[in-house]
Design a protein around this ligand. Structure first.
Ligand code: T4K
Length: 403
């Protein structure tokens, strides 16, 4: 790792990158390897690989305990878990959701033949703005999907009241929110259901994976059948199903991950606080806050760059960092409404989401997780500070011919 303090040290000016190996936003957290391999050997010895099994049962049981939701149905990823939940709840027509989310939230609904209706978000929380949700309800609306973006809970109570008032379903995309709380209650027990992701890049991963947490036994039973082709018992299919099962090796990975979750959250919190202290005082830069009164997993360190105050744009900062092998990400640029097929279908919505557009131009996720330590954060922050000091020269360089 090179120490950089002058303009000419920057890779965009031709110097070697600060890091030989790339720093990623989503480097997977790996649980204790010995215990993991013991579990892998065990399931291989028993030759029970999928279609239920003891690791699936253990994983679902531990998740239910963590989220204090009585029923958990694990699946092969969160996208199919969302899709299956929407289908199980019988939603039709339109579903209100943010555009400021990963494209999977929209695709899951659309794949079931429903229309996502994108709604604007709150500039502080980055989550659905309940007033706008209410304004977006039509006679075709059947449900609302709130997304706990960065693990910061949605305005759950107001959304619940709106759903109740209008007789709508309500689910939460909790892909980012494992181990987080809202008013002291764990994410997992709100709405009709909440959906977690265990993709490799998430705080706990099962390689690929997802799960639905719900208070409804009937919904959980339906989902269990639907993830297994609709089988209610051998030779009897009771509902239109799919194959969304989680394999035993994934579940075993998840059991190890849940054991390590508290330690990983501590590392993430330490990284987050380190970034905050290193980046404090830069005009026009906000490290988005987490509520200390709640439990957070701190898996995302996200900064908001105000170009007018900073003298440099989010994209210029990103270009400088990428040249140094710091692969910061512009989640969720450019917003679902600007991606296909939604972009072509609903051109008018492009102008109706001013806060979403504002956010997608400003936020940047920085590398964190167990693969990132204090030195990496110091160096990354130093690079960001250089961007602030030398904004004009950097802009001139980035808009000039390649070196
Ligand atoms: N809802 C929300 C709100 C979500 O954020 C997501 C997923 C979903 C629903 C759907 O969940 P799943 O169906 O995936 O369970 C990543 C993830 O692929 C995606 O799961 C995640 N959200 C999203 C926010 O981020 P990409 O396109 O940024 O992934 P990728 O492959 O570029 O990985 C990010 C970085 O992580 C890379 O720079 C390299 C590093 N990496 C990645 C993998 C897979 C590794 O170092 N090792 C690895 O194994 O979407």
């Amino acid at each position: 790792m090179l120490v950089k303090s002058r303009l000419e040290d920057l890779a965009v000016f031709g110097a070697p990158p600060a890091f030989e190996e790339p720093l990623h936003v989503g480097r997977p957290n790996i649980p204790d390897r010995e215990r993991l391999l013991t579990r892998f050997n065990d399931l291989l010895d028993r030759r029970w690989l999928t279609n239920g099994g003891s690791y699936l049962e253990e994983f679902e049981g531990r998740l239910a305990e963590l989220s204090r939701a009585p029923h958990v149905v694990a699946m092969c990823n969160a996208t199919l878990a969302l899709e299956t939940t929407v289908q199980a709840l019988g939603w039709q027509g339109e579903v209100i959701m943010p555009s400021f989310t990963f494209i999977a939230t929209a695709h899951a609904v659309r794949w079931r033949g429903l229309s996502p209706v994108f709604c604007d978000v709150d500039p502080q929380t980055h989550n659905l703005d309940p007033r706008q949700v209410e304004a977006a309800i039509t006679s075709r609306t059947s449900g609302i999907i709130g997304v706990h973006v960065w693990g910061r809970p949605c305005a759950i109570e107001p959304l619940q009241q709106i759903a109740q008032r209008h007789g709508l379903g309500l689910i939460f995309d909790a892909a980012h929110a494992l181990g987080c709380t809202s008013q002291g209650r764990p994410i997992g027990g709100f709405g009709d259901a909440e959906v977690f992701s265990f993709h490799a890049t998430k705080v706990v991963n099962t390689f690929e994976g997802g799960a639905v947490a719900t208070n409804s036994r009937a919904l959980a039973e339906r989902l269990s059948q639907m993830r297994d082709f609709g089988f209610a018992e051998e030779d009897r299919v009771s509902v239109l199903g799919t194959n969304a099962k989680m394999s035993e090796i994934s579940a075993a990975m998840g059991v190890g991950g849940l054991e390590s979750l508290p330690a990983w959250c501590d590392v993430n919190r330490r990284n987050y606080l380190e970034y905050r202290s290193q980046l404090g005082g830069l005009p026009g830069l906000e490290v988005i806050p987490y509520d200390d009164a709640e439990q957070n997993n701190y898996q995302y360190v996200v900064v908001n760059v105000d170009r007018d105050q900073a003298g440099i744009s989010r994209d210029e900062v990103r270009d400088v960092l990428r040249a140094e092998n710091v692969l910061a990400r512009r989640y969720f640029f450019p917003g679902c409404h600007r991606m296909e097929p939604y972009r072509s279908e609903r051109a008018e919505s492009a102008t109706a989401l001013p806060v979403t557009e504002w956010l997608t131009e400003r936020v940047l996720a920085l590398p964190t997780g167990t693969a990132i330590g204090r030195r990496e954060i110091e160096m990354t922050s130093q690079l960001v500070r250089l961007c602030w000091q030398e904004g004009e020269a950097i802009r001139a360089r980035l808009s000039g011919p390649p070196i």
